[in-house]
Design a protein around this ligand. Structure first.
Ligand code: GLU
Length: 512
């Protein structure tokens, strides 16, 4: 074939390929800033190529997924202006877009892999798996669990099947060698097969794991580019192998740098507020949050700090993503937000923003039931509720000294509550009440005394309406940020103290 014909064909392929990108958040807990960050880059990449951006809901963890959390993903992404072309709420030609509704599809593909010898049923019990791992370690080997480790004799396998014992479906993986995965930003990445385990594809409840579901869905939804967080690099060999097993073309992978805490660890809710709702409640503008997330991994060609989503869409080039771990810096976000408020809003627009943010009828109707009984005049309203919209409170150590308990005990209460709240998925008044009264009992304290430091931390005073109601209104991230701040105000916790507290907390848990 003449060379120019080859070039023409290659060009036609690029032109005819529709770029389709997606995000696949799990609807568990509050919507995460990391989801918005990845969504932003997927949206920009798709739009730059005239393609589509898809929202798929990864709700295969039936225990933790909730409809409320799914709704919060929609609401928070819409608030940020990161809209999608296809999704569970919008439909599209490649649905259903909720993985829990695609169970039969995954079953069918898992069966295909079993039939072709690329996957197998594994009846090993959790205890056996622990033992196998311990054996590998005892042999001084540093490698993953492989299919041959898991193999049972024919008779044993048959016996367990006949007994109706639970099983999972696992994939076959090579024992050793190097796997090369291509990444749009990083080029070829080499990974060691010995570290890749015989990944579970279907769990014992028949639900797929992320690995099977994401490969099957990306293929069936004709996703051309997978832009996701760099924490998935180590999973890429498994995904590439699954594409080979199915004989499907593989989408182009692109791993974006992770957002990090100031200490460089992965952005986590233990150290930083990660909920988009927190940033909304803190009074950041959607435009500034998007601008800030964009600046986390990317720069405009002229390197300017302040730009809109439209500016970014116009100038987007994925190669301008920088791979260094971007640090999530709240001071910088506040600075940028200030620029947006002062430079980009007219007074009228600012009034509209404030109204939409907190001073609207819906919000008043939510808050008023808690304060109406304490009001003599309308002017009581703002002082009694200011803490709900105050962002960070200006409390001092002196605010805590009037309380009955000593500082150490107060810090202990605040830290224990913080730990409890980190794992509390159901952020409702009743659930909070149950947690806190359980803890107060474990401390052998009257609820009133136990709650006093929480009142100061959350509302700035003990003379406020119910602190559980206040926490429910403020949300999990804002509440936890206030508890962390209160602990700092009380002098913080040294590493040594933290260790002791951690031990006491564990003792408390097991003692229940
Ligand atoms: N549920 C995964 C996450 O949110 C999806 C990862 C992916 O994009 O493949 O991290």
């Amino acid at each position: 074939m003449p060379y120019n014909k080859v070039l023409l064909l290659a060009w036609e392929r690029i032109v005819s390929m529709t770029v389709r990108t997606r995000i696949a958040p799990s609807p568990t807990g509050d919507p995460h800033v990391g989801t918005a960050y990845i969504a932003l880059f997927n949206l920009c990449f798709a739009k730059q190529h005239g393609g589509q951006f898809i929202l798929r809901i990864e709700d295969t963890d039936q225990q933790r997924s909730t409809a409320k959390s799914e709704q919060m993903i929609y609401d928070s992404l819409r608030w940020l202006g990161l809209d999608w072309d296809e999704g569970p709420d919008k439909g599209g030609d490649f649905g259903p877009y909720r993985q829990s509704e695609r169970g039969d599809i995954y079953q069918q593909y898992a069966q295909q892999l079993i039939d072709q010898g690329h996957a197998f049923k594994c009846y090993r019990t959790p205890k056996e798996l622990d033992e196998l791992r311990a054996e590998i370690k005892a042999d001084g080997e540093n490698r993953a669990l492989k299919p041959f480790d898991l193999l049972l004799s024919e008779a044993e396998q048959q016996q367990r099947a006949n007994d109706g014992q639970p099983f999972v479906v696992r994939m076959q993986v090579p024992e050793s060698g190097t796997c090369v995965v291509n990444d749009l930003l990083r080029g070829d990445i080499e990974l060691d097969w010995s570290m890749v385990d015989a990944q579970i594809l279907l769990k014992s409840d028949g639900m797929p794991t992320y690995h099977l579901a994401n490969v099957v869905d990306d293929h069936l939804m004709q996703i051309s580019h997978v832009l996701r967080g760099e924490e998935w690099i180590n999973s890429a060999p498994k995904h590439q192998l699954l594409y080979q097993y199915f004989d499907w073309p593989m989408p182009q992978l692109c791993h974006l740098p992770l957002l990090r805490n100031p200490d460089k660890s992965k952005l986590s809710k233990r150290k930083n507020p990660t909920s988009i709702l927190y940033y909304q409640r803190m009074g950041y503008l959607a435009e500034a949050v998007v601008n800030y997330l964009a600046r986390m991994g990317w720069s405009m060609p002229d390197e300017r700090e302040k730009f809109s989503l439209d500016d970014m869409l116009t100038a987007f080039d994925i190669q301008r993503v920088s791979l260094g771990g971007p640090i999530f810096d709240l001071d910088k976000l506040s600075w940028l937000n200030g620029l947006w408020i002062r430079e980009s809003l007219t007074t009228e627009q600012l009034a509209d923003q404030l109204t939409a943010w907190a001073l609207n009828r819906d919000n008043l109707l939510t808050v008023l039931p808690h304060v109406q009984a304490r009001m003599d005049t309308l002017s009581d309203f703002i002082p009694k509720t200011a803490f709900l919209v105050a962002g960070q409170l200006t409390i001092t150590e002196a605010d805590f000294t009037a309380l009955k308990l000593d500082t150490n005990e107060q810090v202990k209460i605040l830290q224990f509550c913080l730990w409890r709240f980190e794992s509390l998925n159901d952020w409702q008044r009743d659930a909070l009440f149950a947690e806190l009264s359980g803890l107060a009992e474990a401390f052998e304290l009257k609820l009133k005394d136990f709650l006093a430091p929480l009142f100061i931390a959350v509302a700035g005073t003990t003379a406020s309406f119910s602190v559980m109601d206040a926490m429910a209104l403020l949300g999990s991230d804002m509440t936890r940020a206030r508890l962390r701040h209160a602990i700092e105000v009380l002098g913080g916790v040294s590493k040594k103290q933290m260790k002791a507290l951690d031990k006491a907390y564990r003792g408390l848990n097991t003692g229940q």
